[in-house]
Ligand binder design. Sequence first.
Ligand SMILES: Nc1ncnc2c1ncn2[C@@H]1O[C@H](COP(=O)(O)OP(=O)(O)O)[C@@H](O)[C@H]1O
Ligand SMILES: [Mg+2]
Length: 265
Amino acid sequence: MALERRGASIDIVSVDKQYGIGPNAVIALDHIDLRIESGEFLCLLGPSGCGKSTLLRILANLDHQTGGEIGVDAAGWDVENAMVFQDSGLFPWMDVETNVRFGLDTRGVPREEARKRVDEALTLVGLTRFRKHYPHQLSGGMRQRGAIARAFVTNPGMLLMDEPFAALDAQNRTILQAELVRMWEQTGKTVIYVTHSIEEALLLGTRIVVMTAQPGRIKTIINVPFTHPRDVVTLQAEPEFGKLKLDIWRVLEDEVNRARAEMAL
Ligand SMILES: Nc1ncnc2c1ncn2[C@@H]1O[C@H](COP(=O)(O)OP(=O)(O)O)[C@@H](O)[C@H]1O
Ligand SMILES: [Mg+2]
C-alpha cells in the first residue's frame, strides 16, 4: 500500500490540562477550542511555557487532557508515532532504515509492505542513499529528515511537530522548511507545527494560532494570505509580510513579557 493522501480533521473542544493537584497545580491549558481542517498547516505560536508541547502531546496520545474532548475525524488512525521533536530521537544503535521501519515492525506490518513503505518514506525525505548510515554519521538536518521519514512511514492523518528545526543552523533550517512544505503538499497531511518564531509561522502556516502565556489559552488566530510554496527572500520583501509580522509581534509581546515576569518570580 502506498502512502495514502489524507489528512485528519481535528475538533478540540474546551480542552483543559492541569498538572498536579492542590497548591502546586499548574494549569497548562485552559479551555482550548479549535477546529483544524484536513490538510491544514497550522502553526502554534506562543511564549515558552504556554502549553504548546502539552497540546501536541495530548493530540499524539502521549498524555491526556484533564477536561474537554478531542475528536479526530476517522477513528483508529494511527497518530502515536506522528510526532517529530527538536531532537530527532533516532535510536543510535539502529541504521536509518531500521529506525524508519521500527514503528511498522512493532505494529506487525508484513515484511513486504513494510519494505515498500520504508522505501517510499526515505524517497520522500531524500535519504535513500543514506539508509545504511547510523545517526552519528549524519548531519543534524539529515537526522531530522530521518525523524520525518519515521513519522510519515506509519501514514498518520496528522503530523505533530514540536520545534523540529529549532536546533539546526539557518541554512539547513531554510532547506528543510522548503522540503517540509513540499512533503505536506505531496501527502495532504494535516500538520500542526509548534514554533516560537513569527517568521517561521508566516513562512509555513496556512493559519497561525497565537497562545497566551501560562495558563495557555488561544489569544488570536491569523489566516496567512500567502500561497505555497513561499520563498523566504521574496516573502520578506512583501509589505504584507512585514505588516503581519508586526501585528503578530504586538499580540505576542505582552504574552512574552508576562511569561518572563512569571519566571522572574
Ligand atoms: N510533566 C509536567 N509536570 C508538571 N508541569 C508541567 C509538565 N509538563 C509541562 N508542565 C508545565 O506546563 C506548562 C506548559 O508547558 P509546555 O507545554 O512544555 O509549554 P511550551 O511547550 O509552550 O513551552 C509549563 O508551565 C510547564 O512548566
Ligand atoms: Mg515546548
